[in-house]
Design a protein around this ligand. Structure first.
Ligand code: BGC
Length: 809
């Protein structure tokens, strides 16, 4: 059956039923016609599958790391791998990529986005979406539009003028739709100029569907639908999750009442049928069983991406670590052994592996002593770290009963891949979310002697047993913020444990009448007396130091913005002390967005690793020893101070006031603001160094009018094979733009990543077109390239221009 045949067969009620989720992740089936359930899953850095915490899947680098690669061929391979991951989980539509433009580095989801620059973000978006979809899996590009902060994310109105919207905040979505033919778009939670994005006629109907010719479906963000008539007629095709509150049967009723036209539902159904055909659902691609495909090729790609997305901000000859003098390396920092693979929130996937940087480095530095010190801990507001999966054997073996008393035979069993389990929807076939109990057991082998603090939080009543003894009784849970506000406080207990001794650890959980259920087991290692002093001593005694600091999913997550740029906890003090003790230090920042790197001032090397996915530790070890090159370039400006960022000029611009946030900086987002106001960044947009050096010469711009080709020659002048990213910026300084229209000093309009051997040269050609020179004109509502002189600037960052010329267009 194809889409048209399906449409012809569907009754009006069946058509309406497809406009809302049947459960948390799937549309309802049409059993009469043998049509299965269309399944969606997050996204964006890997594909999780139906539940949080159960099936493992490959954890890829975060969006900022992908944006840092500036390598569209690699991004295409990434998209292909994501399609394969989705197929292994029976997923038809991946909820990603996240393509909003971060106006502030403090946004809780900045790590998910690709870039502060609309051109770079649009290029990465188009390459990724096209590749995922070529694999037969849809992308639901999110969050449309201006979901740029977590503060009041469900309600805030982004107040944005037309030109800013078109030039900065929409191009990534436009490229996804017009160039890559995206099959779905997710409407954002927030309002845009007063109207919820999920019921915004101009945004969904006008721009997306009419102007861009979008033929896919608009899916609401989860619980982000607010009406039946307004949403449906504005162009929202699917309300998620189910059970439906506004669309689905409510829409059928609205049609009966005459408040929605039948044609509106036909249109939704036609789009949904097309999605079902595109994703193979109509041809029978329905797999309820989620596979764990631990594929070596995809794993190798994740490692390649992690290195290609790491930005070497500074390197005074320390890296790659080598040489006969290297006898002892100290690996220090809270994120060294507990390297964070991803940020928090809906993007979390359960990785296949938990690599350890110390082991990875030892393997690659035979004969060198590698020692470790934590230096400090990264705990937030008294929160404990979730139990480190490297300390447990065989996952959490979990049995489910279809009653709240653990009575009779369990109906289902599986192994959970992490110590945080969240059930959104029924935990297993035949086991209802509101009437079940589970027992989850694992073997826990502590790696340190002393007093451990264990913690347990859950939605329903729960207990934690150690070797059969109840150590935590949470059977009368006290409400707190965990589990989307439905969970309990974390109840703790201190236990004396010895390193290397195996213990049986079990959790017993009983469901409570909530749409979400779950538990989380925390375990904090014994406090290390004088952790900072020990780290300093280790640094002093080492020939080189690798200091890994940063953030984690408690601090950097969907739902909350960060409070500031400073490294959290005692990390700034740790960095200063270690660098003072031994300047032969490579500071590695393992976080999803810019942080204040001033404490690393005297360190020989500084690297932005981002959240690199599960192959991060191996990739980092390879970069440290030089078998891989960190070849990323910054997709976002690193400011010295948060006040240097445009949106922080005024509190009504960020975080907003009275339910509104005014995009007062207009088109001057990111480096455009730093350029316009002469503000010095800590590290500029586009910056990054590597293990070789390059020369850029022979700049020529061919063609006429706005149809141009930039040609230049790049030579590797160093002693190693290495990568360079050539960046082409256009400045509209000498044009006859109407008075009152400020154009940025320069804007990125092209780039090319080249990899060359020592002494090798190559000719690079970058195409420019009308859009490279144009601005959005609010009178004609169209792109206009003013006539006059434009400068074409070629460089290796927005602040390091190596060649330039002028052309007349
Ligand atoms: C997020 C979306 C996500 C959805 C489903 C929402 O909270 O904003 O990005 O796709 O949940 O997990």
């Amino acid at each position: 059956m194809n889409a048209e045949e399906l449409e012809a067969e569907l009754t009006p009620e069946e058509k309406a039923s497809l406009t809302a989720g049947g459960d948390v992740w799937r549309l309802p089936p049409i059993e009469r016609l043998g049509i299965g359930r269309l399944k969606m899953s997050d996204g964006p850095s890997g594909v999780r599958g139906g539940q949080f915490g159960t099936r493992r899947s490959l954890s890829f680098p975060c969006g900022m790391a992908a944006g840092s690669t500036w390598d569209l061929d690699l991004i295409r391979r990434y998209g292909e791998a994501v399609a394969d991951e989705a197929i292994s989980k029976g997923v038809h539509l991946v909820l990603g990529p996240t393509v909003c433009i971060p106006r502030t580095p403090l946004g809780g989801r900045t790590f998910e986005s690709f870039a502060e620059d609309p051109y770079l973000s649009a290029r990465v978006t188009a390459a990724y979406v096209a590749a995922v979809q070529a694999g037969g899996v849809g992308c639901c590009v999110k969050h449309f539009a201006c979901n740029d902060q977590e503060h009041e994310r469900m309600t805030i109105s982004a107040e944005v003028d037309e030109r800013t919207l078109r030039e900065v905040h929409l191009p990534s979505f436009e490229a996804a739709v017009v160039e890559a033919g995206a099959w779905a778009v997710m409407s954002a939670y927030n309002r845009l100029n007063g109207t919820f994005c999920g019921e915004h006629p101009e945004l969904l109907g006008g721009i997306l569907k009419d102007e861009w010719g979008f033929d896919g479906v608009v899916v609401s963000d989860w619980f982000g639908t607010h009406s039946t008539v307004e949403a449906s007629t504005a162009g929202l095709d699917i309300e998620m999750p189910g059970p439906p509150q506004y669309l689905g049967p409510n829409l059928a009723e609205a049609v009966k009442q005459g408040s929605v036209d039948t044609g509106v539902v036909d249109e939704h159904a036609s789009r949904i049928a097309r999605l079902m055909e595109r994703t193979g659902l109509l041809a029978g691609r329905v797999v309820d069983d989620e596979r764990e495909d631990d594929d070596p090729q995809r794993r190798a790609l994740a490692r390649e991406l992690a290195a290609a997305g790491t930005v070497l901000l500074r390197n005074d000859g320390l890296l790659p670590l080598a040489g006969d003098g290297l006898r002892r390396v100290a690996v220090i920092g809270p994120n060294a052994r507990a390297l964070q693979t991803g940020g928090g929130g809906s993007s979390v996937v359960v990785p296949f592996r938990h690599q350890d940087l110390v082991d990875e480095l030892r393997d690659r530095l035979p004969g060198v002593e590698v020692v470790h010190e934590e230096g400090c801990r990264l705990t937030k507001d008294g929160t404990l770290p979730t139990l480190d999966m490297r300390l447990i054997e065989g996952g959490f073996r979990t049995e489910y009963w279809p009653n709240t008393t653990h009575e009779g035979e369990p109906l289902a069993a599986e192994a959970l891949g992490r110590a945080e389990y969240i059930a959104l929807g029924d935990p297993a076939p035949g086991v209802g979310i509101d009437n079940f109990s589970l027992r989850s057991t694992t073997t826990f082998r502590p790696d340190t002697d002393g007093t451990w603090t264990l913690g347990l939080a859950s939605v329903g009543p729960s207990r934690l047993l150690l070797d059969g003894e109840v150590v935590i009784d949470n059977t009368r849970p006290e409400r707190a913020k965990s589990f989307f506000g439905m969970g309990s406080t974390t109840v703790t207990a201190e236990v004396e444990l010895s390193a290397g001794t195996a213990h049986e650890l079990s959790v017993e959980l009983t469901s409570s009448p909530a749409p979400v259920n779950g538990f989380r087991v925390d375990a904090d290692r014994p406090a290390v007396p004088d952790a900072l002093g020990r780290a300093v001593a280790a640094a002093r005694d080492a020939d080189a130091v690798v200091l890994v600091v940063g953030s984690n999913p408690h601090w950097e997550t969907e739902g909350v913005d960060r409070k500031g740029l400073a490294l959290v906890g005692e990390q700034a003090e740790l960095v200063r002390a270690v660098v003072a003790a031994n300047p032969h230090t490579a500071v590695v920042v393992n976080a999803g967005a810019p942080v204040d790197v001033a404490p690393a001032e005297g360190a020989a090397s500084l690297m932005m690793l981002w959240y690199p996915g599960e192959e991060g530790p191996a990739a980092l070890a390879e970069m440290l020893v030089g078998t891989a090159e960190p070849s990323g370039r910054l997709p976002i400006t690193f400011p010295h101070r948060i006040d240097d960022v445009a949106s922080h000029t005024d509190p009504t611009w960020y975080p907003g006031a009275g339910g509104k946030v005014r995009y007062g900086e207009g088109v001057f987002v990111g480096y455009r603001h730093f350029d316009a106001n002469g503000v010095e960044p800590a590290f500029a947009f586009g910056h990054g160094t590597g293990y070789s050096t390059f020369d850029i010469g022979d700049l020529r711009v061919d063609g006429s009018g706005t149809d141009r080709t930039v040609a230049l020659r790049v030579t590797n002048t160093g002693e190693r094979r290495g990568a360079e990213v050539v960046q082409v910026y256009v400045a509209a300084a000498g044009t006859d733009a109407p008075a009152g229209i400020d154009r940025p000093a320069k804007e990125l309009k092209g780039f090319a990543k080249v990899v060359l051997d020592p002494g090798e040269s190559t000719d690079v050609r970058v195409a420019l077109d009308h859009r490279s020179f144009a601005r959005w004109d609010v009178d004609s509502h169209d792109w206009v390239a003013d006539s006059g002189t434009y400068d074409v600037l070629v460089g290796v960052s927005s602040r390091d221009i190596r060649q330039q010329t002028s052309i007349t267009a």
